[in-house]
Write a protein that binds this ligand. Sequence first.
Ligand code: BMA
Length: 803
Amino acid sequence: MVQTPLSTGWDFCRRGTQEWRQARVPGHVHDDLVRHGVVADPFYRMNEKECQWVDQEDWVYRCRFDWSAKDGGPKRVLRFEGLDTVCSVFLNGSLVAEHDNMFLPLEVDVTSLLRASNELVVEFSSAVRVANERRSAYLAKERIAPSLSTFYERSFVRKAQYMFGWDWGPRLVSCGVWKPVWLLEYDTRVTDVWVRPRLEDGEWLVDVSWEGEKVSKPEVRTMWHAPETVTTIEHSDRSLILRVNGAELWQPNGLRPSEVYKLNLAFGPFEKEVSFGLRTVELVREPDKWGESFEFVVNGERVFCKGANWIPDHSFPSLVSRRDYEEQVHSMTRLHFNMVRAWGGGMYESDDFYNRCDQYGIMVWQDFPFACAYYPEDEPFLAGVEAEARANIRRLRNHPSLVLWCGNNENQQMHEQKWGGDESPERFYGEKIYDDLLPRILKEEDPDRPYVHGSPSGKVEGRDSNMDGVGDSHYWDVWHGRGDWKHYEESTSRFSSEFGFASSPSLCTWSKTVDRKTDWAFDSEAVKWHDKTLKGYEKYISFIELHYPKVETLEDLVYFSQLNQRDALRCGIEHYLMSEFCAGTLVWQFNDCWPAQGWAVQDSERNMKPSGHELARLYAVWCSTTRVTKDLLEVFFRSNLPEGWDRTPLLTFSILDLSGETLLSHEQEISLPFGEFRTKLAEFDLSLVDRARAVFMSEIGTFDRLIRPRSARLLCEPKEFTQEAGRLVVSTASQVVRQLSSDQVLVDLVLYDPDFRASGYYQFCPVYVPGAPFVLNLDYEPKRLVARSLAGFHEVEIARGPL
Ligand code: BMA
């Protein structure tokens, strides 16, 4: 097969004009317009407002390409991997296809239409206009009040729903040829290879089947990473069965390898390579003393799932590169995740995402892309969903990382709780998709993988889907409900698949997002514009000030809100980790699609917030947790060591005064069992401790570099903490290692270059203890550095000599 990319020679214009400009394919119209200076960067300041006209217009993309007939390529197909969204496709002036699903590739047979010189045109109609027209017609037919808010315009176009605005994202309803376009010329081709490993009587068998046009029986060529023996035990024209002996399993991240195998099949002259992994997965939901469980069992072992929710990584998803996916998934492993949930307001992700998750052992919980809304159930819509679901299930089903399909995000809950108010319909529009259509297609296309019809999934008779005790739950009583994060301790969630606390992005991100002269205030219009949480700005600030000092500057907002978010997630995760009822925590949310004040633990510029550092500590294979009640501080310990890791860590817990002197301490070497282990280790009487001038510190001594050695917690509210901010010395004597020293204990120290140079601008250290020089992550010689800890801003001396 000859596969020619059509990625160059594109231009675009607004329909009705002839102002053609060079375009990027794959790409999005907003990005093209920004590059040509027609609209300003929508992420900067409040520019989002100024480009709202773009989604009201129709946009035309055009590409000219030459072609000549090739030997062995009698059939010619144009393949569009992704068109966003409602469009007509013309080749040499003839209409060849119409399409309206961003998630579904389009193929057009152009065998008899190609000429020596060709013009391909894609005309995009405004998705907003089309959606509104469809909405009006459907709601009228169903006799639903047009004012019903939860039957959104977005429900009527199969396009990533977050593009219409979310409580962390802008409204940028873009369009474009968002994935590659190919001209395929062939006589024969394989369109799908399905690899289904199964464990039978302790032996791994792999069913392999394929589909295509004029496909011959393949030869099994190679098995990379090959296990000892692979034997073909059956081979027909349509399928084959392999037996694998001495196989290594695919395991979730956490000290064991996630083995991925590659199978190479030779179909006559061409080869097809597919990856797969050997693992079993079950979702166990059984009645028990708390209600009903929700536990993932992988390779026969219960896994505590640790991770976060993933949203599309950019408002214009064509801009997310393979490298971005690599970095993002790798970053999850640094936080010791073993699971990520690709949330329903986003997308079926790119192959790169799942490939990396396979490689790093990150289990993927995949929502079908429906979220927080009613959806139509008429035949054309259901047919579109069916085609989309089939195509994506086939694309993703070989990935060992994929462990769960989920019908939607919060749609049941929205219906049960009548988020649309009194106008909410009696019937749950969309139910047919999650209860009939998707399970039926999955039965045919991917019967081996668990499915839940929606998240949260706690539905039992007479109660709503989002309940403690049953299924997975979204714990939003904290933040959306009662606000303060202490209420996490009241949750009895069986699997907390969403919970989180919003915070500001980092200062460096603000420096690129707002004007440093006019907007540099915590409550400037531009800074507030990037808060979409709908909380009300004062309320948001008041949540921070419950625990931290008054927010007076943008620096305060960043520092205090991020620490408060860290404290919130710590409280929630410690509670769930130490409980016996909970089998997983997925924080809301991992990433951002633009510079947002929101729940992400890492902002859109990939600056890890302090909450990310805390996740790394808590999600490690072992960690300590604490509880303070009145004058008693209790220390607990949790580990989950896989078989073969015989470890006896040395645990040191101490209470220090602010000069670093030990007031109380407890040291213990512990012999850890394999598997899930929780215990209480120590307690400290705080009655004689001046809590506003002391800090609790835990150290887990180990040679394992995966584990963060030190963590701290205050013994009072941060706003009551009292310490004079002393001077710090940063030594740049060595070009490689730059060190910091102070004669004070420093809590929650951040360091940044006020000029926001590209790297080393921000470093977070949860606790610094005098006498233990701290290595800075700086790859250049700084001129100025700002240091702030809970004591306040520190004077920084940059010394050229050693410390
Ligand atoms: C959850 C998500 C999102 C939302 C988040 C924060 O329920 O499913 O819809 O962004 O809450 O409000």
